[in-house]
Write a protein that binds this ligand. Structure first.
Ligand code: ADP
Length: 234
C-alpha cells in the first residue's frame, strides 16, 4: 500500500531555492534513504513533508496515515544534547503529539516502556538525558519518536557525530524496526555505503538532477558509481 506520494516539490528560503522539483513515493514497509550532496535540500524536504516548512509548489499526499502518526527525529542540535530531563520523561514526551497534557495515561506509560525495551535503554531509564553518550541519546530520541508512531519514522542524519561502531549499531536498530516491527522508514544520510546496505529505495538529490528508484537501480547510476567506485556492483 502506498503511504506517501510527493510530486514535483519546490521549496525556497526567501530567494534561495532549496528543493527543486522532487518526486517520489513511499510504500508501507519501505526503507527509503535520502542521500546527496550537502545543501541539496534533504533536510528541508523532510520539513516540507511534515508541514513544518511551506512548500511553494507541488504536493504531499498521505494515504491512510495521519500527520500525528509520523515520528520525527530531527538533526541533532545543542539544545537536544543539553536537554535537562530524565530519560523516561524524554521518551514519554513522544506521547504528547503536539497536544498539551496534564498527565500521561497508563497506555502512554505502557507504550513508552515498550519502546524503551525495543531500544534496549532500560538500564539507563533513570538517568538524566544530558549525561548520556551521543549513541545513547540517539536511542532515547528514537524511542521518543516511536512513541508517536509504530508506522512511519522520518530520521534526519541520525548517526551524525557517532563513532563507527555506534553508527553501525544504530543502523542495525533502525533496520530491525523496519524488518521486525514493520515501521516504514524515511532516513536522510550522507553515508551512501550504509544507505545501499539497508534501504530498499533511494532518493538521491543532486544539484544537477535527482534520482528516485530501487537500491538496485541506484547502483547502476553514474552518481552511485562515482561515490562507491568499484563497490557499486556489490
Ligand atoms: P541538506 O540537508 O541536503 O544539506 P538543506 O535542506 O539543509 O540541505 O539546505 C538546502 C539549501 O537551503 C541550502 O542552500 C541551504 O544553504 C539553504 N538553507 C537551509 N536552511 C536554511 C535557512 N534556515 N535559511 C536560509 N537558507 C537555508
Amino acid at each position: 500500500m502506498q503511504l506517501l506520494k510527493c510530486e514535483n516539490i519546490h521549496m525556497n528560503y526567501d530567494s534561495t531555492k532549496a528543493v527543486d522539483g522532487v518526486s517520489f513515493t513511499v510504500d508501507e514497509g519501505d526503507f527509503l534513504c535520502i542521500v546527496g550532496e550537502n545543501g541539496a535540500g534533504k533536510s528541508t524536504l523532510l520539513k516540507g513533508i511534515l508541514g513544518l516548512q511551506k512548500i511553494s509548489e507541488g504536493s504531499v499526499d498521505f494515504n491512510g496515515i495521519k500527520k500525528s502518526e509520523i515520528g520525527y527525529l530531527p538533526q541533532k542540535t545543542q539544545v537536544q544534547k543539553d536537554f535537562p530531563a530524565g530519560v523516561k520523561e524524554v521518551v514519554l514526551s513522544g506521547r504528547l503529539g503536539g497536544k498539551r497534557k496534564l498527565f500521561y495515561t497508563a497506555e502512554d506509560r505502557r507504550i513508552a516502556q515498550e519502546n524503551m525495551d525495543i531500544m534496549k535503554i532500560n538500564s539507563i531509564k533513570n538517568k538524566s538525558f544530558n549525561e548520556l553518550s551521543g549513541g545513547q541519546q540517539q536511542r532515547v530520541l528514537l524511542a521518543r519518536a516511536l512513541c508517536a508512531t509504530d508506522r512511519l519514522l522520518l530520521l534526519d542524519e541520525p548517526t551524525t557525530g557517532l563513532d563507527p561502531f555506534v553508527t553501525e549499531d544504530m543502523y542495525k536498530l533502525i533496520s530491525h524496526l523496519n524488518k521486525e516491527h514493520g515501521v516504514t522508514i524515511i532516513m536522510v544520510t550522507h553515508d551512501v555505503k550504509s544507505a545501499i546496505q539497508y534501504a530498499n529505495k533511494i532518493l538521491c538529490m543532486e544539484h544537477d538532477g535527482d534520482f528516485f528508484g530501487t537500491t538496485e537501480e541506484y547502483l547502476k547510476t553514474a552518481a552511485a558509481k562515482r561515490i562507491l567506485g568499484g563497490d557499486s556492483h556489490a
